[in-house]
Design a protein. Structure first.
Length: 298
């Protein structure tokens, strides 16, 4: 028994010494690094942030003809737009509007737009209708306030032979719903300054998806309007239009928008269509703003 106990003690002591020696003399072995790959969602170039207000590039171009989003110009940058709007009524008549617009970026997230508008009369003749001045102001840099609210005011100096002056105020909202999905909403109040004192309370909305980055996008636009005149406030004319829209970027600083909306309510036109050609003219130093902020220093 004494010999057995002595043998066990010797085995235990020897094993412990062997383990201790092995731990003391061994060198740690570094295993090779393992890189794990996972799916990535590429960010579209038109969604990268640009300019002093850190706004996504797609907001610099008018994505929705019926709905404005934020400001489109950096300080002292200029742009030009040519509009056509056609209304086709259920009785077979039609009305056309042509509009030239000059856009001027101002400091402090402001933008000044000047319009010259021409409309067709009952005989189809095109005549000058009004000259308008618009000012918009974004309340903060993009992304600082939910929905990026922007205030908008416009005064139209109407030819007295065509009607009274008209003033309009709007609240512009816009956001990126998801990668490649863009959205805008306008709340609108418009008032005629004289004559029949026509009044319009309306909202417009647009949503689009980018099919080809910086080339092609499409979506849906809609507009609701509640219109009255003095003495007929209790008998409003209610119109609701909805239809598809497409934006095609011809080149980096120019694009064309197409919208074709259909009337839903009985007071609405049968069809209302828009074609808008936009051209960015750059800034006073000739610099564009379409390069993402991450590339401007390269």
């Amino acid at each position: 028994m004494k010999h057995t106990f002595a043998l066990l003690c010797a085995v235990f002591t020897g094993s412990a010494a062997f383990v201790t020696a092995a731990e003391t003399n061994s060198t740690p072995t570094r295993l090779p690094d393992i890189t794990v790959f996972g799916p990535t969602v590429p960010v579209a170039t038109e969604e990268q942030k640009v300019g002093p207000y850190d706004q996504p590039e797609w907001t610099l171009l008018r994505r929705f003809p019926t709905t404005r989003v934020y400001v489109q110009k950096d300080p002292w940058e200029f742009g030009f737009e040519q509009w056509w709007r056609g209304r086709f009524f259920k009785d077979g008549t039609q009305a056309h509007k042509f509009q030239e617009e000059v856009e001027i970026g101002l400091p402090k997230r402001m933008q000044l737009d000047l319009y010259e508008t021409w409309t067709s009369d009952e005989k189809g003749r095109i005549r000058q209708s009004d000259t308008s001045v618009e000012l918009r102001w974004a309340l903060a840099d993009w992304g600082k306030i939910p929905l990026n609210p922007t205030l908008y005011g416009e005064w139209a100096f109407v030819d007295p032979a065509r009607g009274a002056d008209i003033w309009e105020i709007k609240l512009l909202l816009g956001e990126e719903l998801a990668p490649r999905w863009h959205w805008g909403l306008n709340l609108i109040y418009e008032q005629e300054a004289g004559q029949s004192r026509a009044r319009e309370i309306a909202w417009s909305q647009g949503v689009s998806y980018t099919f080809i980055d910086q080339k092609l996008s499409g979506g849906l636009e809609m507009r609701f309007a509640h219109e009255t005149t003095q003495g007929t406030r209790s008998q409003p004319e209610i119109t609701y239009m909805v239809g598809p829209s497409v934006q095609w970027r011809i080149f980096s600083h120019g694009h064309i928008d197409f919208v074709n909306m259909f009337g839903v309510t009985k007071d609405a036109p049968k069809v209302e269509s828009f074609i808008v050609f936009s051209l960015d003219l750059g800034g006073v130093k000739g610099n564009g703003h379409y390069a993402p902020a991450s590339l401007k220093s390269q």
